[in-house]
Design a protein around this ligand. Structure first.
Ligand code: SAM
Length: 308
């Protein structure tokens, strides 16, 4: 093959990087080498930021959780950047390849199917290894279901704890919820619609009748937010068919109390022991006072033993 033939076979240069906003082509800003973490909408495609679009249009490639899902978003905004899969099943092989491309001077964008990558989505190890390798990491922040749900729940937002998905089996789920009972802030969970009823029941059993909200299909046509105490929401969603769509559960913090003094704790435990087993009394008092169940259980055992 002579030089000219070789030259002819080179892939065509990519056209100027642009993205479309309301049909108007906008030139993308130059993008430095690095890993660029870009949030995408959680339902309403209008929630894509202009800077996110510019990065996606200018990148050498976009690492995407499901390339078919991301193609819809890119088509809507007229972006032709090549997509490359990055998901939990191929991450171990895809990660070193992505890191070498960045080290060679390329700009790679990372997106997930919806919302903010790394939040209950792939990307943490990629970012951690890029940072460890001294590569640049930037972000174009945007939609995130946890924050969107907090915005509409009507529950305190000064402190919140994002748990993500709870374990699917009830025993492990209750154990995990119990470990969260003393967190002094609002709790945020992602949940599948098929498990919503049972998870609300477990939350009510472990945390008591705290105020809560179920935010469904945020930013979409059938967006709905139901607010109430955990037991009322559990009864509501426990009856009838499982709801459809995507769901975030937000649970208000435990009642704010001054440090519970020992006498008051003992009085609560004794009252509960009059009607309940040691285990159930400990769970009920722990939930009521926002204390770790193990701590209350140890004291309940001692009081029950002394009473015998
Ligand atoms: N990275 C995403 C983010 O920033 O929110 C979350 C990805 S996680 C795999 C998907 C879960 O997020 C869904 O099961 C649901 O709990 C929640 N979610 C995503 N979109 C939602 C929406 N529009 N309304 C309510 N919850 C949503």
């Amino acid at each position: 093959m002579n030089r000219e033939e070789h030259h002819e076979r080179k892939p065509p240069a990519r056209p100027e990087r642009t993205f479309l906003v309301h049909g108007v082509a906008v030139p993308a800003a130059a993008l430095p080498a690095g890993l660029h973490v870009v949030a995408t909408p959680i339902g309403n495609l209008g929630d894509m930021t202009l800077r996110g679009l510019s990065i996606l249009a200018a990148a050498d490639a976009i690492l995407a959780e499901d390339t078919r899902v991301s193609r819809t978003l890119l088509a809507r905004y007229g972006i032709g950047t090549p997509l490359s899969p990055y998901h939990e099943h191929n991450a171990a092989e895809a990660r070193p390849r992505a890191l070498s491309r960045i080290a060679e001077g390329q700009a790679l964008a990372l997106i997930s199917d919806a919302g903010t990558p790394l939040v209950s989505d792939p990307g943490f190890k990629l970012v951690a290894e890029a940072v460890a390798a001294g590569l640049a990491v930037t972000t174009a922040p945007g939609a995130c279901a946890a924050l969107a749900a907090l915005c509409v729940a009507g529950l305190p937002t000064d402190r919140f704890f994002f748990e993500g998905f709870l374990p699917p089996r009830s025993a492990a789920r209750r154990e995990r919820i119990n470990a969260l009972a003393a967190v002094p802030g609002t709790l945020v969970f992602y949940e599948a619609p098929s498990r919503l009823g049972e998870t609300l029941c477990d939350l009510a059993a472990e945390l008591g009748p705290r105020p809560a909200a179920v935010a469904r299909e945020l930013t979409k046509l059938h967006e709905e937010v139901r607010r109430g105490t955990l037991d009322a929401l559990a009864a509501d969603y426990g009856a009838g068919e499982a709801p459809r769509g995507e769901i975030v559960i937000v649970v208000g913090p435990p009642e704010r109390r001054e440090a519970v003094d020992e006498g008051a704790l003992d009085a609560e435990i004794r009252a509960a022991l009059a009607a309940l087993s040691v285990k159930d009394a400990a769970a009920a008092v722990a939930a009521k006072l926002g204390l770790p169940r193990r701590q209350v259980y140890a004291r309940a055992l001692a009081l029950a033993g002394a009473a015998r």
